[in-house]
Design a protein around this ligand. Structure first.
Ligand code: DX5
Ligand code: ZN
Length: 223
């Protein structure tokens, strides 16, 4: 598995999203889009209409992270619109198997997300239903928070679990990923890295993506 970097536009200028997407498009593997509904998390961002516009404005595939209640109801529309990846939160989903299957049927990669305090083991039997497991390394809701080292043992356990069941499932981390923390997450076994403030807070966002990629590749021994 290669290292992939998914810059989060949560920390970008929302009035110029097409330009912000272009600023990382030479180097980013994905564009991470944080959908928040002010119920599942205490913050409100954007929804399907903005995603539909963004899809027309960039060729970089969209990695939609749905921090919303009732993902069973809302997630399929993001896949149908053309998002490359759609991730739902396990504890918000009433019928995760049905929703993950529906996301896949509509042509997107299906992701399942766990908050820092949620164990991975109860979801072991869902591994065959997902293309990516997202382990939050902050409590979801806001950019610019500090990376939680307490999640590192879970990243290791998740990597072992995935390797023993289906090594093709990607392991994403999201929250506080920066040049200071990415090596720890990569060494523990993550291979897809969301970075918001570390990319959009940099003078050269595309350069920041490349630096993060080489740090992760070096630390994980993967290229
Ligand atoms: C937080 C979001 C993240 C956020 C990451 O709830 O899911 O994607 O944008 O931002 P940083 O990298 O600044 O922690
Ligand atoms: Zn996110």
């Amino acid at each position: 598995m290669t290292i992939q970097i998914s810059p989060s536009i949560l920390n970008a200028d929302f009035a110029h999203l097409a330009d912000e997407a272009a600023a990382v498009s030479p180097s980013a593997d994905w564009l991470h889009v944080d959908v928040m509904d002010n119920h599942f998390v205490p913050n409100l961002t954007l929804g399907l209409p903005v995603v539909e516009s963004l899809l027309k404005a960039t060729d970089t595939p969209l990695d939609c992270h749905l921090m919303i209640e009732e993902p069973d109801r809302w997630a399929p529309a993001y896949a149908e619109a053309g998002a490359g990846s759609v991730t739902i939160h396990a504890k918000a989903a009433g019928a995760p198997v049905r929703t993950l299957r529906e996301i896949r049927r509509l042509g997107a990669r299906a992701g399942l997300a766990l908050n820092p305090g949620e164990a991975v083991e109860p979801y072991a039997d869902l591994i065959g239903e997902m293309d990516m497991l997202l382990l939050m390394t902050v409590e979801p809701g806001f950019g610019g928070q500090k990376f939680l080292d307490m999640v590192l043992p879970k990243i290791r356990r998740a990597r072992e679990l995935l390797d023993s069941r289906d090594a093709s499932v990607w392991l994403q981390v999201d929250g506080g990923v920066s040049a200071e923390t990415i090596e720890r997450a990569a060494e523990a076994g993550a291979d897809v890295f969301v970075a918001g403030s570390a990319v959009y807070g940099a003078q050269d966002p595309a350069g920041a993506v490349e630096s993060l990629r080489s740090l992760a590749a070096e630390a994980s021994g993967r290229k």
